[in-house]
Design a protein around this ligand. Sequence first.
Ligand SMILES: *Cc1c(COP(=O)(O)O)cnc(C)c1O
Length: 500
Amino acid sequence: MSRQKAILISTRDDTSPKVSFKDAILNPSAPKGGLYTFSQLPKIQSISEFLSLSYEELSIKLFDLLCLDIEPALLKDCLSSYKAFDNTNNPAPLIPIDSKLAMLNLYSGPTRAFKDMALQPFGALLSHYAAQSETKHMILAATSGDTGPATLQSFANKPYIKVVCLYPYKGTSDVQRLQMTTQNAKNCKVIGIKGNFDDAQSALKSLLASASFTQALKERGIALSAANSLNIGRIAFQIIYHFWAYIQACKSGFISQGEKLPIVVPSGNFGNILGAFFAKKMGLPLGHLVVASNINNVLSDFINTGVYDISSRHLLTSQSPAMDILKSSNVERMLFALFGAKETSAFMHSLEHNGKYQLSKAQLEIVQADFKALYCNDTQCLESIAYGAKHALILDPHSAIAYYGARKLIGDSLIDKAVFLATAEWSKFAPSVWNALVQGGLVKETCTDDKQAIARLCAYAGLTPPAQIQALFEKAQIQQDVISPSDIPSHILQWLESGD
Ligand SMILES: *Cc1c(COP(=O)(O)O)cnc(C)c1O
């Protein structure tokens, strides 16, 4: 048992014992099938005392306020992973677009997607805790393309950690696939699944729930964990950059101190925007938090109508695959913060059994006091990319959805100003970006090849390809396994036998 402060509680049972941050990181499944979340959030006095802090100082201060009980030296060590980002002192720069719009760049890390913001320091932290408890951990990740590379990058060669990463073979961009298949760390195993992301996700869930698989690992002295955004360790790191965005907006004169700043977030599993919501509940003067969805618009419908209904929906594939999600797991943490464990538990029970739940009118008003929502189809997404390109802004399809949302709400006078979150770099989805320019009449000749599209975009927009991406095309593809979901458990155990 750790002697650390117990501050986290299950979203579905507030009578169960609280656990420490460390325990929740190592054992992320919470009582009654819930998620660990903050039993309460601290309040800041005023933003002014934060304005002069560096990113590291801000992180230490916020983690301290949140009672996460990490020694400053350890936290500093985890945060030193941001030194590999483009700007060593600023992992999340705020880029001014015009007097009403600014962009928070969350993709300047090693895998060029916002998942690095949390997974880089989280990987160091989890590995430290695993070593401290002298227990090997196997981290399972199912990815639609961004979590996998970020997880592998974060845990590669870390002691006490083994990583298994499941991805839908043929379901990712070339760049995303290469980011995984070229991973040569001995403690990492990448497995292509014959199927789509849902199949990869279901395979992961059945592994986590399989008594025989867990037992087989236990006999080898290995505990099982997952690196999805259900782990509160990732959410904690996602609170910090929302404060950082606000601080930069004040310092650059984009807003005045205390002014309410709306944030527009391209959302899938609701983890990124949950960080913003927690920051707002801690007293950061944020305006509306805007959920921007793609055509899988269950989240934006929920915020607008109070009905979360997946009973008759099918997952659609879109230009923004990281947001192709129907069950947005982190909504549960928002429901807990607003309505408590009993209500949350009833909603989730209804979702599991009827495929839907519905807020009361009063509850919907409470949600809408903090959130707005809209969605954008693929045509609008590609138009948004082309519009950006005309204004010297090259965005990936996910960021372009937030850009669309921010411009729409400002255009309709529903908000004055906004920061939109850019969650991936154009280089990860270069063919989509290039073809958006073709459709927008800016360039000719479509292109389906990632390497070629990157070269063309660089020539068109005067960009330099990021070194991390360019290097991928030269590396050997070591991780070539492609198997059926039913063969996964034996495949993993075989890998463990053959390893050290
Ligand atoms: C994961 C991801 C998202 C969605 O973030 P959530 O926290 O799941 O809402 C959006 N854009 C990109 C590029 C991503 O990788």
